[in-house]
Design a protein around this ligand. Sequence first.
Ligand SMILES: [Fe+2]
Length: 448
Amino acid sequence: MIPYRRVFRHLPQPALVLAPGEKLADANEAALGLFGGCAANRRERLDRVSAALGPWLHADVEGFCLSNEETRTYEKEHQGFNQSPRYYRVRLARLESDCAGRGVIVILTDITERRRALEEIARLAVIVDSSDDAIISIGLDGRILSANRSAGRNYGYEPDALRGMSVFALVPEGLDGEMRYIIEEIGAGRSVARYETLRRHSSGAVFPVSVTYSPILRDERVWAISAISRDISARKRVESKLQRTNETLNHLLDETVKALSATLEKRDLYTSGHQQMVSRLSCLLAGRLGMDGAQVETVRIAGLLHDMGKVCVPMAILSKPARLSPGELALMRQHPETGFEILRNIPFPWPVGLAVLQHHERMDGSGYPRGLVGDAILPEARVLAVADVLEAMSSHRPYRPALGLACAMEEIGHQAGACLDGEVCRAARALVEERVVSEVRGELTLCQ
Ligand SMILES: [Fe+2]
């Protein structure tokens, strides 16, 4: 037989033997180590164990002794030596042994960490359950292992009903492959970035979601998948409404710009079509120069409106079939500023007004109205300047016949790097050489 005392002494849990009258008769090494401190002899250590645990156990032991129970198990908090609470499972058992005598044996199991882990799990469970996102865990066989309340609400099932269901029941027809891919990728330890897709409600209705998948590991191996999906129906509705509003506003802006442009061209038949052609040429140049979408939009709209200020120039000057006098020229040269004044209060999201103001500025400072030099001129205005020269020289004017595309390109070649931006002039030459810009029966023609 294994001697009782030897087994008792080496139990891993703290264990005590209380003699009748609750007097501490014995304590094992684990109890002495935990509650006996570092006193020199065993008697002192036993006294310390008795002092630490006697009052703490008194009521329970007394109640147990008065009862008819053979054993009693309960959980109880003990204030530790560092004043931090520890939690123990206390097991009381009657001891009636010839060798150990009568009494009560007390075995303590420290459950502090397990209890804290359970509390943490409970806390996380509350967070998961109160989340607005649907959170489910999926086995690698596609079965749903768990689901929070929102998952039930979003997919139209009781959370308990979701458990055990195939995840493919939540996927609309045609998207099974997507779910198989997710299970394969995550199962193989590869990550999948958050993305937007569609899911199916129990009613059959399909709704948009944003989904995130992550692996759930056990022993460093993927054994399940966590899926967090957010119903983005409301956001999609707002986005769609905003898109429609934007389209309406853009249409409104386009029509307003066209109406403004037409105002001048109705009045000045000689330059009718000039602004439209400058706008189209400018867009081609901006595209060739690699300008971004905002810059292309700036030159498109500024091109349509760049001579807007001429509405304030008398018709007699606009249509004069001869060179203008210095006074008339001065009046004509006010048109960039007049155009800027007309446009300055229109809240274009791009610098349309400034591009209009600067379209007659020249790189060497010889332009007007400010005589700006080089980089002080907006890139968009430099594009307009080349397109304006190209169109104006290629077309008929009241004071001269059309000079033609070849002549216009020759002039642009002379002015490249001096009056006009060299890079824009090279882009114009490339467009002509590639016949994107050409001349057909004396008319400037664009093939895009
Ligand atoms: Fe102009």
